[in-house]
Design a protein around this ligand. Sequence first.
Ligand code: MN
Ligand code: MN
Length: 414
Amino acid sequence: MERLSRRKVLALGAAGAAIATTAANAASFGNPDRPAEGAVNANPAGLTDTGPKNPTLANQFPSFESPPPTDVGEMQLFWSSFNNAPKRIQNGGWARQVTKSDFAISDAVSGVNMRLGPGGVREMHWHRAAEWAVMTNGRCRVTVLDAKGRAYVQDVGAGDLWYFPAGFPHSLQGLGPEGCEFVIVFDEGDQSEYGTLLLTDWLAHTPPELLAKNFGMPADAFKSIPLNDLWIFQGREPGPLSADQASVASAGLPEHPFTFRLGASKPIKENASGMLQMADSSTFKVSKTIAAAIETIQPGAVREMHWHPNADEWQYWLQGQGRMTVFDAGPRSQTADFHAGDIGYVKKSQGHIIENTGKSDLKFVAVFKVAEYQEVGLTSWLSHTPPSLVAQHLNMELGDIERIPRDQPGIMPG
Ligand code: MN
Ligand code: MN
C-alpha cells in the first residue's frame, strides 16, 4: 500500500474529485497549522533535485530525500552511524567510536564498536564512565576487579552483555578461532575510548625508583616495560577459563556477575510480529546506570508508538533496515532511515515508532542510561483512559476506541 494512502483517499474524498498531487489539496494533509509540506502537496515541477549528489549515500535516506508530509518542524539530527566512523587499527584489532562530539544529540552516552582478533587484547585500563557492552560476534574473555579487590573473569559470546562500573579496571581479549566484535556504551556522552587510563601509560610515566618502592622489588624488574602504550595489541590466546578464574580467586567472587546473557533471555514481550528482550538492574544487578533491550521486528511490522519517561534511548542497529519517526512538542516530527551499523537516538519522553521496511528481521539494541527500564505505550494509555473521553479527543467511534489493544503488545503486525 502506498504510504499515506489513507490520508490521500480522505483528502481526495474531501475535495470531491481526483485532484492529484498538487498544492490544491494541501490543507488536507498533515501540518494544518503551518504551510503544508511534503511531495504530495507540491507541484511536481518543484520536486526535481538535479544538484550534485552521491547516489550511494543519498539512496540510503529516502525519508530525508522526501519526508512524509506529516513530518514537521526542526529536530536535532537523531541518525548517526559506525559505518562512516574512522577506525583506529592496531595489531590485534580495531575500534571506532561515535561520541557526543560526533553526534550532538547524544549527550547521555557515547558508543564504541570494537573488534579483537583471536588473542587480540584491549589493554588493561579504566576510565571515568561506566562501560556497558553487547557482543555481536565471536567470543571474548573479560577480566574486571571490583573495589573490594574481588576479581571476575568470564567468557562471553554473541548476545551477551558486560557492565563495568565507573573506574573498575578491566581488560578484553578475543578468543579463537574468530576473535570477537562488540559495541560498548559509556554512560557519559563525552567518554572516548581514546581517553582511557592505561596500565602501560602509568608505569611508563612513573620513575623506576618509585616503581621499585611501590612494588617492593628492584627497579631493574621494570627495565623492559613498554615506553609507548599498547591500547590494542596482539597477545597469546589464553588457556582454559577455569584456570584463569582459579588464578585470581583468592579474595572470593564479587556479589553479582559482571556479565549477562541478554540474547538468551526470555522475552518480556513476544508475538508473531517480533519480540523484546530486556536487561536492567532488576535482572542484571550490577548494571546500575544502564538498562537495555534487544528488539526484533518482523518485516512490515511496527514497534508500537511509545516513549520512555525516565531516559534517552540510544540505538545500535544490528541487522535489517527500518524507518523511525520521532515526535516532540512544537509539534515536531521527523522520519529517518536506518541500516545495520547505524545509531539512532531518541530524547527522554519523545514519542517514537519504528517500522521494519526490509525483507528480513529488523533487530536493534536500545540502551538507556538508567537503572530501571520504563516505557509508556500509546495503546496502553488510550485503552486505560475512559473510552468516551478518548473518543471525544480523536473524533472516533466509541467502538473503534474499544478495539485498541489493552495489553501493550510492543510490536504490531504489518
Ligand atoms: Mn573500557
Ligand atoms: Mn523506545
